[in-house]
Design a binder for this molecule. Structure first.
Ligand SMILES: *[C@@H]1O[C@H](CO)[C@@H](O)[C@H](O)[C@H]1NC(C)=O
Ligand SMILES: *[C@@H]1O[C@H](CO)[C@@H](O)[C@H](O)[C@H]1NC(C)=O
Ligand SMILES: *[C@@H]1O[C@H](CO)[C@@H](O)[C@H](O)[C@H]1NC(C)=O
Ligand SMILES: *[C@@H]1O[C@H](CO)[C@@H](O)[C@H](O)[C@H]1NC(C)=O
Ligand SMILES: *[C@@H]1O[C@H](CO)[C@@H](O)[C@H](O)[C@H]1NC(C)=O
Ligand SMILES: *[C@@H]1O[C@H](CO)[C@@H](O)[C@H](O)[C@H]1NC(C)=O
Length: 546
């Protein structure tokens, strides 16, 4: 009884009236579960599931098939696709052929805009895979044989200032490596990271898989795993700082999956750039173990967020409370530098059959808000449980897909059937009532090439009369999303000057925008650039920084 009462109260928590935003069904059958997603600079989204647990709902073209052991049992001929390319503009998709198993893998886009995916399971666990963006329906996955020094399953990738990616951890991997390999010594493989041993629970429940990795403004990596975090000099293989444990001590990483973002970096202050990390949700300590022990309870998820200024000499966690507990939540930085918390469940943990009470309402978090920084937004009708994804599109919408808590495609007699529907969520800033405030970028066209410590002129049009000090410019690296974490998600608020009206009658303005000073602030690659007016964003344009 003692346990039942709080749970009952919890289920009856009343959600405040939620009005913000709009949901739209894009595809009733995407063919596959969107377990991993990456937006490319041609406005197409590369999506993939896993290859080894049954047939999907889309057939490969040209009679292509594979021989595969489904669900670790019998060899089967499988002629279905486990990856697709989704074209945002036409709302269509085409099947792709991913050759080996990409289950619970990771990735990052390299400086020229090619997706590099690493690891997976079984025959795919030491592979890297390359997907080059193309405009004709010709590009497909290419594989790089034994690309990885260690088998990587549930790792996290991050793009580095030199354009390579670092791959951190994974199941039973207490180390990191690079792709591609650089110097001779690196080609020997991976480097030990004791922090990953320390954050593994003695009872072998990791809670440190898919660690939250961010490139700090000093060039070191912030790494959060389980309930702890460090600042790590990867070049010297040295921990340079240990942060306080997150208050409460509950785990935040897989399978107690919460999520995390590096809050937007404001480059407007020339003397210092401060960096803050926000971690929200997860499952309390013991939740996964209890659930997995003979079908135990679905415990309430954590309702706290921890926020820490990682550049502060004496950093402290500041805790905030979400409207409701949430696990397997995605956190997405919006063009206007707010954070959207979307997908997931109110009870349970990550893992097969482990979630209940879908969290249908997105929350909006305003990093500079006073009082409660959360706002409850309009709910979806589709539960997005384990293996769901969400990414920002260039037009400001959020693409939402996936959800599959079963070890196969299961559509009948389960509480949360395998979900093949693809939706778009339009945040409140896209509402037509804000059209008059919305900037429209008229020049330059895109993709636009820029260098570091430079500047460029941006022209935009606004119908309403402009409030000059409420104009800002942001750039955002489109992340690789899987298992509720967006790897490489990074926003910079750029300094601007000389905002001027260049055509009174047509309300066209020009502003000079300064580019980041170094690849430590913004690793080379493709970013989305937005102009904001009174927090209403334009459509993005692609900016390529090198
Ligand atoms: C996917 O295929 C299964 C079985 O082949 C079928 O029952 C289900 O309706 C299909 N789902 C969609 C969305 O087409
Ligand atoms: C595997 O093959 C055996 C023998 O053909 C068959 O009896 C069994 O049902 C198969 N198992 C699965 C999971 O398909
Ligand atoms: C952090 O997690 C570890 C491993 O589960 C646990 O032993 C430790 O007590 C936790 N820290 C706090 C402050 O609760
Ligand atoms: C710029 O950074 C310095 C050093 O952290 C700080 O003292 C100052 O207040 C900041 N200025 C603004 C406008 O944020
Ligand atoms: C920042 O400082 C540098 C060197 O003092 C200067 O060249 C640059 O223009 C400044 N940038 C901004 C945005 O004020
Ligand atoms: C895959 O195997 C697991 C464990 O043997 C089983 O529980 C599950 O039902 C299987 N899934 C499918 C789709 O056959």
């Amino acid at each position: 009884m003692a346990l039942l009462l709080p749970l009952t109260l919890f289920f009856h928590m009343i959600l405040l009236a939620a009005a913000g935003g709009q949901w739209k069904l894009l595809q009733n059958n995407l063919g596959i579960v969107a377990m991993h997603m990456q937006l490319m600079h041609n406005d197409r989204v590369v999506i993939f599931d896993r290859t080894d647990f049954g047939f999907s709902n889309v057939t490969l073209p040209h009679g292509i098939c594979r021989r595969v052991r489904h669900n670790q049992t019998n060899l089967t001929i499988d002629c279905t696709a486990h990856s697709v390319e989704y074209d945002v503009a036409s709302n269509t998709y085409r099947p792709l052929f991913v050759q080996t198993d990409v289950w619970c893998s990771s990735g990052s886009v390299e400086p020229h805009g090619t997706l590099i995916q690493t690891g997976g399971f079984g025959n795919g666990i030491r592979k890297a895979r390359i997907f080059k963006a193309c405009y004709t329906p010709t590009c497909d996955w290419e594989e790089v044989g034994n690309a990885l020094a260690a088998p990587r399953w549930y790792s996290t990738n991050h793009i580095l200032p030199d354009g390579r990616q670092i791959i951190v951890g994974g199941r039973n991997q207490f180390n990191y490596e690079y792709f591609p390999k650089g110097s001779e010594s690196e080609s020997q493989g991976s480097y030990t990271l004791a922090f990953l041993v320390e954050t593994t629970d003695p009872k072998r429940v990791e809670n440190n898989l898919y660690p939250f990795v961010f490139l700090n403004v000093d060039g070191n990596l912030f790494i959060f795993a389980n309930n702890r975090s460090i600042l790590f000099d990867y070049k010297k293989n040295k921990v340079v700082r240990t942060y306080p444990d997150i208050p409460g001590g509950d785990p935040r990483c897989y399978p107690s999956t919460g999520s995390a973002v590096l809050l937007p970096l404001n480059l407007k202050n020339n003397s210092t750039v401060e960096a803050e990390v926000l971690i929200c949700g997860g499952a309390p300590k013991g939740s996964f173990q209890r659930r997995n022990r003979g079908g135990g309870p679905f415990l309430p998820a954590l309702d706290t967020c921890g926020r820490i200024k990682i550049t502060d000499p004496h950093p402290q966690w500041h805790m905030e409370t979400m409207p409701q507990g949430r696990v397997m939540n995605d956190m997405i930085i919006l063009p206007n530098a707010h954070v959207l918390i979307i997908n997931g469940a109110h009870t349970g943990t990550a893992g097969w059959e482990n979630g209940r009470n879908p969290a249908l309402n997105p929350y909006l978090y305003n990093p500079v808000g006073v009082g409660s920084r959360f706002q409850i937004l309009k709910p979806s009708k589709i539960p997005r449980m384990y293996h769901s994804t969400a990414i920002l599109l260039r037009d400001g919408r959020i693409l939402v897909g996936g959800s599959n808590a079963h070890s196969g495609y299961v559509f009948d007699k389960v509480e949360f059937p395998t979900e093949l529907r693809l939706e778009a969520y339009s945040p409140p800033y896209l509402e037509p009532s804000f059209s008059h405030l919305r900037p429209i970028i008229v020049a330059p066209g895109f993709p636009m090439n820029v260098g570091y410590s430079g500047s460029f002129r941006l022209r935009f049009y606004v119908t309403a009369s402009l409030i000059p000090n409420l104009v800002s410019v942001t750039m955002l690296a489109p992340p690789f999303n899987t298992h509720s974490f967006s790897m490489n998600q990074r926003m910079l608020v750029l300094p601007t000057k000389q905002l001027m009206n260049i055509n009174d009658e047509e309300s066209t303005y020009q502003v000079e925008v300064m580019t980041p000073a170094s690849p430590i602030l913004a690793p080379p690659g493709f970013y989305l650039l937005f102009v904001l007016h009174q927090e209403i964003p334009s459509e993005g344009i692609w900016l390529h920084i090198q």
